[in-house]
Design a protein around this ligand. Structure first.
Ligand code: ASP
Length: 347
């Protein structure tokens, strides 16, 4: 009897040892998480995007206990230099990997434009498996660098069974944020990201993942945007509103330079100087698409029915940099302002 029990215990232990850990691929793009400077005390003035992915993985050996990880270097840049080419490369790579036996993706990324990349992927990844962006506010060489813990958390999140169907997420400073809502709201603190209109999706505590919030907007497999054959994206720029901003010089110059769409970072609930508005109306008659967002951190814009009839598109509560991402993708599908408006309401 004793022998049988020992055999059963032995078999159960063997089976649990054999149970494969989730297969997570880390795609590296650079940023402060891969940043380096000579002094441990320096958290500014360092060079972002210099340390390779293998070194970042080796610095956190504990991630091997929770997942089978492999790394691939997609780019190694300061994310202020992020561009459409890397976005398309990243989205195509993720779509290819997630069709295979990969269970989740982690992307190491600079924090400056992380929210834009996250939202671009939220609209273009065609899988329900977890995709998590992670970065750091202090370079890898700093005293109390935040990168290693953030990377561990991101892998724990990507490997978590409950992290499917959440759209693209950001793991920073023990928080889980959804791609649509996440905004960088501090220039230097390690607690640099918040989600002013949505709140956090959840937290990661000692490697354990807790979700407290849901995603209400459509994302990933539910969007119509297919980048698989795209080599470039439509040119869309952002116009910032400020007092005495009536000349329209920048607006005309951008249009003459080939801009197909403009996002206006309006004041308040999307107000635009009346002179600037006249210039925009003229250019809209020549084909320019204009989405109205706001320079205010939280809340939705209010675009009147009359302005919508003229073709102004309400960016809802997307900030200007995210509204730009959606307008670019929308222009790959249609130039009909009413249809683009529907995209802004859905995604
Ligand atoms: N400038 C850096 C970057 O975005 C900042 C960071 O990663 O925190 O690449």
């Amino acid at each position: 009897m004793k022998n049988i029990i020992s055999l059963i215990v032995f078999l159960l232990l063997s089976v649990s040892c054999l149970e494969a850990k989730p297969n997570i691929v880390i795609l590296a793009t650079g940023g402060t998480i891969a940043g380096s400077i000579d002094s441990e005390l320096e958290t500014t003035g360092y060079k972002a995007g210099v340390i390779g992915i293998e070194t970042l993985i080796k610095a956190v050996p504990q991630i091997k206990d929770i997942a089978q990880v492999s790394g691939e270097q997609i780019a190694n840049i300061d994310s202020s230099n992020m561009n459409d080419e890397i976005w398309l490369k990243l989205a195509k790579k993720i779509n290819e990997l997630l069709k295979k036996d990969v269970d989740g993706i982690v992307i190491t990324h600079g924090t400056d434009t992380m929210e834009e990349t996250a939202y671009f992927l939220n609209l273009t990844v065609k899988s329900n498996k977890p995709v998590v962006l992670v970065g750091a506010m202090r370079p890898a060489t700093a005293m109390s660098a935040d990168g290693p813990k953030n990377l561990y958390n991101a892998v724990a999140l990507a490997a978590n069974k409950n992290a499917k169907n959440k759209g693209v997420m950001i793991a920073m400073d023990d928080k889980i944020l959804g791609a649509r809502g996440a905004v960088k709201t501090h220039t230097l603190n390690v607690d640099a990201f918040t989600s002013p209109d949505f709140g956090n999706l959840g937290y990661i505590v000692d490697g354990r993942v807790f979700f407290y919030n849901t995603i209400s907007k459509d994302h990933t497999t539910k969007t119509p945007f297919n980048i698989s054959k795209l080599k470039t994206l439509p040119k869309v720029d952002i116009l910032y509103t400020y007092s005495n901003d009536g000349s329209g010089v920048a607006t005309k110059a951008l249009f003459d330079n080939g801009t197909q769409g403009l996002v206006v970072a309006g004041s308040g609930a999307g107000s635009i100087h009346e002179n600037q508005k006249e210039v925009l109306k003229d250019l809209m008659k020549k084909g320019l698409k204009v989405a109205v967002s706001t320079r205010v951190v939280a809340g939705s814009v209010a675009v009147s029915k009359d302005d919508q009839n003229l073709g102004f598109i309400s960016a809802q509560n997307l900030n200007p940099q995210k509204a730009r991402v959606l307008l670019m993708l929308a222009l790959t599908k249609t130039h009909d302002s009413a249809k683009i408006q529907k995209y802004f309401e859905k995604y």
